[in-house]
Design a protein around this ligand. Structure first.
Ligand code: PLP
Length: 446
């Protein structure tokens, strides 16, 4: 049976809801990332509910969930402690005061205590907002305009950073002098002059840029490990180089930890790699699945926010739902041994998938850190976005995704995304996934 037939038979109720949704919701889903053109073919699944590591769709199919809502559900769905804390706080306090309150301090204190390198934190609503704030703050602080960032990284949808994630390689120019390419219509072309886009994991091009234009650079903005081009880890010494060069040239270093924050280590990439930034952005995991983001930084980097001369505002910033969610999530994440256990579980899955694929003669390897990784279908290591664009076999990935989804295992259908393992996935989940993979990859290998 073809995938199209098998999927159609399993998803009758989903299809009906998709048709209905298209009438009143543009495209039929609440984010462009959920549309068929972004991999969810022939239509996105409509979900009924989630519990722990599992999701159930409206047709009653159950999935082991490695999508995790695109990352936020690090504690799985409906974690009892966080759900209770949020519902209690809303019932007892309310939702939004437009003024500060004590739970906000508690949440901030717990984040600052959990993460190395930051002294202060402000809560906001989405990763895109947090990154937009960090970029503008860096410009305000340094009096400079230029932002250095890297091909294949994604930093949200604001005009200033909505560039050069997955664009047409033909437009991107030579690898040693990439051209910034806007990721969609409506982004003012003039903003191109405020950006330098570089190849990542490439010390020479970074040093060359900083030597010539370092005095113009307000900030270097990077994912500390790239999770928006599958997974690509930094070469040894690369993050240290970014740190050293930004200091040397009076620019700020911004780590966009929207994916890495709290995921494979409580202190995120700063703890894992032992390199700290001036400003750090968080979203996704920080609220255990509730909609909250944050910008953190050193006292020095947060100075203009603290003295009120830089306006970081927002009606819903630090609302009660956010702060209750963050506070409870930080408590859950403090459980001794939690990350070690789940990293080991994630590694077992990753190595297992890699082993099954290669045993079946498929060119594949896994890259990641414990609880987040990607299975690359490629016959060589992917070290940057150019490698990925040229050598990653999206066609094989699509077949792998299709064979797994009909076997009840859910992850993102595109190879430039990741598999997320939550802190509540179990050995049984991993065993069931590896069993499904054994079958699925046999079909893919044919
Ligand atoms: N930064 C990174 C690294 C991300 O992966 C994302 C979203 O995937 C964002 C920023 C934007 O976050 P949000 O979707 O919450 O606006």
């Amino acid at each position: 049976m073809t995938f199209t037939t098998a999927f159609a038979e399993r998803t009758v109720a989903t299809k009906a809801l998709f048709e209905r949704a298209k009438v009143t919701i543009p495209g039929g889903a609440g984010s462009t990332a959920r549309l068929p053109r972004n991999g969810w073919k022939p239509y996105p699944l409509f979900m009924a509910e989630g519990q722990g590591s599992r999701l159930r769709d409206v047709d009653g199919n159950e999935y082991i969930d490695y999508l995790l809502g695109l990352g936020p559900m690090i504690l799985g769905h409906r974690h009892p402690q966080v759900t209770q804390a949020v519902t209690d706080a809303v019932a007892e306090l309310g939702t939004c005061f437009g003024l500060p309150y004590e739970l906000e301090i508690e949440a901030a204190e717990k984040v600052v205590a959990a993460v190395p390198g930051i002294d202060q934190v402000r809560f906001t609503n989405s990763g895109s907002e947090a990154v937009g704030t960090a970029v503008r703050l860096a410009r305000a602080t340094t009096g400079r305009r230029l932002i250095v960032r890297f091909e294949g990284h994604y930093h949200g949808w604001q005009d200033t950073v909505y560039w050069s994630n997955h664009v047409d390689p033909e437009l991107a120019g030579p690898i040693d002098h990439p051209r910034p390419v806007a990721m969609g219509g409506g982004v003012p072309a003039e903003l191109q002059d405020t950006l330098v886009v570089l190849n990542w994991n490439d010390p020479e091009s970074f040093i060359a840029l900083m030597e010539t234009r370092g005095h113009e650079v307000a900030a270097v903005l990077t994912e500390p490990a790239v999770f928006n081009t599958g997974c690509i880890l930094p070469e040894p010494g690369y993050l240290e180089l970014l740190r050293e060069q930004t200091r040397k040239h009076g620019a700020l270093l911004i780590f966009d930890e929207v994916i890495t924050g709290f995921r494979f280590a409580r202190g995120g990439a700063q703890e894992w790699f032992g390199v700290t930034a001036d400003l750090v952005t968080y979203a996704k995991g920080i609220g255990g699945g509730f909609p909250v983001a944050a910008i953190g930084g050193t006292n020095e980097a947060m100075r203009l926010i603290a003295d009120g001369t830089y306006s970081h505002s927002g009606t819903y910033n630090a609302n009660v739902v956010q702060c209750a969610a963050v506070s409870a999530t930080m408590d859950v994440l403090a459980e001794p041994g939690l990350y070690e256990r789940q990293r080991a579980l994630g590694n077992r899955l990753a190595r297992g998938l890699e082993g099954i694929a290669t045993a079946k003669g498929i060119d594949a390897y896994v890259e990641g850190i414990g609880t987040v990784f990607q299975l690359w279908f490629a016959d060589r290591p992917i070290r940057n976005w150019r490698d990925a664009a040229a050598h990653a076999r999206e066609d094989i990935f699509t077949r792998w995704y299709e064979e797994m989804i009909v076997r009840g295992v859910l992850f993102h259908p595109l190879q430039f995304e990741n598999l997320f393992v939550s802190l509540v996935h179990t050995d049984e989940d991993i065993d069931a996934t590896l069993n499904a993979a054994e079958d699925a990859l046999s079909v893919v290998a044919r």
